[in-house]
Design a protein around this ligand. Structure first.
Ligand code: FAD
Length: 573
């Protein structure tokens, strides 16, 4: 269960979205010895491969970390469930597979040399293999498979007609950076012929046989070993465990080797703090040595808060819903759905359910869309959209029939609220303290409230109205501004886009944790962060594509094939 005395040029902590990209690229030419330590198992399971299996992955006892936020008083004293993948491929193995880059303005707003949209477009394109023919702004030769969604439902078209009737423009390609993001259309998906194309399948698996790449599953890193030397602190390796109360093992670096943190926006700041890197008061409070005092570790947490609008179908149209196409009235999966998937990778099992929708500016004061609508041709059974998936995945157990209808999941995609990751204890097996802090900026609440009204306007248009019976969530009685606010606060859930907790930037004093020139942690040699936690500001779209882009770029930089900026960053404090 241990790596013994073997030493590595790179230790990748976390074999998730970014970790799998790095594992492939850094081991490709055979000259570097690479170790991946992943807490979860492989991602070979069927519910990971088949897009509709996502309903079984939320709160999964093995494939999900099962974390929740601290109690949020502003959300009616609720804890918010925060899904995070725990398997090779990480959250790319459990996510909704939507492929969105956001807009050029998202990246330009970072104000970081080397990270403008002009700098980044090539990296998005280089990473991508778009499967539905050549298209401007898309790549054909990368590893990240992207395609148009394969499942078609008549309600998708009716949603498009209703959105047009409500005044939204059509958008053929939300990743075409020559045009505004606004409008309705199909979302592209990280899939290959209807199968999930997570980074385990696309990057890691093809590299697994290499002699210089060692991948350990069930290996949970508990700490980065940092040595204090005359030249300053330097990472020497990591400590990891294969069971909570079992032995702790060590994996060591070769001289000059590096630890790359790829455990994502919750665990990366958590592990850095446990290793003595973070806000000094927090570390001291928990009896931890302060190796590099970086106030930005765990700060700047961002997400896409989400609420739903759900409407029941008239009885004669119940059968149109994706849910009815998957389950029969006894909650058994329909043979027809299985056959369509097995013999063509099509039908309702080829979708995660939410791959059509729209981007909307909910008020004229926004220069770009603040809202994403994910249209689901099925009726949510719970106003918490994430719980609704969980209920769907367990329907057989629950033995209840699923009513037909439609749902619009409304996400605040350029949310301004900021939360934080802190420590509950100096024990790596105790989840960190996550303050998700939705609506600390009131504009985010306004986005979701306006979103409910705009969604109602779309649903009221004839193309959709003819199919529909009654609104179940929020429900027609929730009409006043106060009612809708109460509904949003009571039901808001995570859009699963956590980023920002080890932000890149130019100085620690500005809240940065890693240098935007090379992703090195300020104040410690041999240690970088390469995952979603380095994104300083959330892009307006799901965050997987940006994470892969960062990892591709970091790998090229480490291999000496590219630089990020020519400027030297200030020395650590
Ligand atoms: P992850 O991919 O989460 O990888 C972190 C890895 O580190 C995991 O494998 C984890 O098990 C491992 N790890 C953690 N701690 C330790 C430890 N101590 N020791 C060893 N290993 C450890 N993005 C999109 O683009 N499109 C979508 O449709 C979309 N939907 C989403 C739906 C859900 C339910 C979720 C959870 C996310 C979704 N996202 C989506 C977001 C996207 O998947 C993430 O932004 C991205 O995967 C983050 O990548 P990462 O490398 O930072 O972290």
């Amino acid at each position: 269960a241990s790596v013994g005395s073997e030493k590595f040029d790179y230790i990748l902590v976390g074999g998730g979205t970014a970790g799998c990209v790095l594992a492939n690229k850094l081991s490709a030419n055979g000259s570097k010895k690479v170790l991946v330590l992943e807490a979860g198992p492989t991602g070979d399971a069927m519910e990971v491969a088949v897009p509709a299996g996502i309903a079984r992955l939320f709160a999964h006892p093995v494939f999900d970390w099962g974390m929740s936020s601290l109690t949020q008083q502003q959300l009616v004293a609720r804890e918010i469930y925060l899904a995070r993948g725990r398997l090779l491929g990480g959250s790319s193995g459990t996510n909704a597979t939507l492929y969105h880059r956001g807009t050029p303005a998202d990246y330009d707003s970072w104000g970081l040399e080397g990270w403008t949209s002009k700098d980044l477009l090539d990296w998005f394109v280089k990473a991508e293999c778009y499967g539905d023919g050549p298209r401007a702004f898309h790549g054909q030769s990368g590893s990240m498979n992207v395609e148009q969604p394969r499942y078609q439902n008549v309600l998708h078209d009716e949603f498009f007609r209703a959105a047009a009737a409500a005044g939204l423009p059509a958008n053929e390609d939300f990743n075409d950076w020559s045009r505004p993001q606004e409008g309705y259309g199909e979302f592209q998906v990280a899939q290959k012929n209807g199968e999930r194309a997570d980074t385990y399948r696309t990057y890691l698996k093809p590299a697994m046989g290499r002699d210089n790449l060692k991948v350990m599953t069930g290996a949970r890193t508990t700490k980065v070993h940092i040595e204090k030397s005359s030249t300053g602190p330097r990472a020497r390796g990591v400590e990891y465990a294969t069971q909570q109360f079992g032995e702790r093992y060590t994996a060591e670096l070769t001289p000059g080797g590096e630890v790359l943190m790829c455990t994502g926006a919750v665990h990366t700041p958590h592990l850095l703090m446990l290793s003595g890197i973070g806000p000094a008061p927090t570390l001291l409070e928990h009896g931890l040595d302060v190796i590099s005092s970086l106030p930005g570790v765990g700060a700047n947490l961002q997400d896409h808060p989400a609420a739903v609008l759900a409407v029941r179908a008239k009885p004669e149209f119940e059968g149109l819903s994706v849910t009815s196409e998957i389950y029969d009235s006894k909650c058994n999966i329909r043979l027809g759905a299985v056959m369509k998937y097995l013999f063509g990778r099509r039908g309702p099992l080829a979708t995660t359910g939410c791959d059509h929708g729209a981007f909307v500016r909910t008020s004229a004061s926004h220069s770009q869309p603040d809202l994403q609508m994910r249209f689901v041709p099925g009726c949510a059974l719970d106003p918490d959209g994430v719980k609704s998936y969980i209920v769907f995945g367990e329907l057989k157990k629950q033995g209840r029939a699923w009513p037909g209808g439609i749902t619009l999941q409304l996400l605040g995609i350029r949310a301004k609220s900021r939360g934080s990751i802190g420590l509950k204890a100096a024990d790596p097996f105790i989840n960190p303290a996550i303050n998700i802090n939705y609506f600390s900026d009131p504009e985010d609440l306004a986005t979701l409230k306006n979103g409910v009204r705009i969604a109602r306007e779309i649903v009221a248009q004839e193309p959709l109205r003819k199919y529909l019976l009654e609104e179940t969530f929020p429900g027609e009685r929730a009409n006043t501004d106060k009612d809708i606010e109460e509904y949003v606060r009571r039901t808001v859930h995570s859009g699963n886009a956590l980023v920002g907790t080890c932000a890149m930037g130019t100085t620690p004093a500005s809240g940065a944790v890693v240098s935007s020139a090379d992703l090195k942690v300020f104040g410690v040699d041999g240690l970088r962060v390469v995952d979603a936690s380095v994104l300083p500001r959330i892009p307006g779209g799901q965050t997987g594509a940006a994470t892969v882009m960062v990892a591709e770029r970091a790998a090229a930089m480490l291999l000496g094939q590219a630089t990020i900026t020519s400027r030297r960053e200030p020395a650590a404090v």
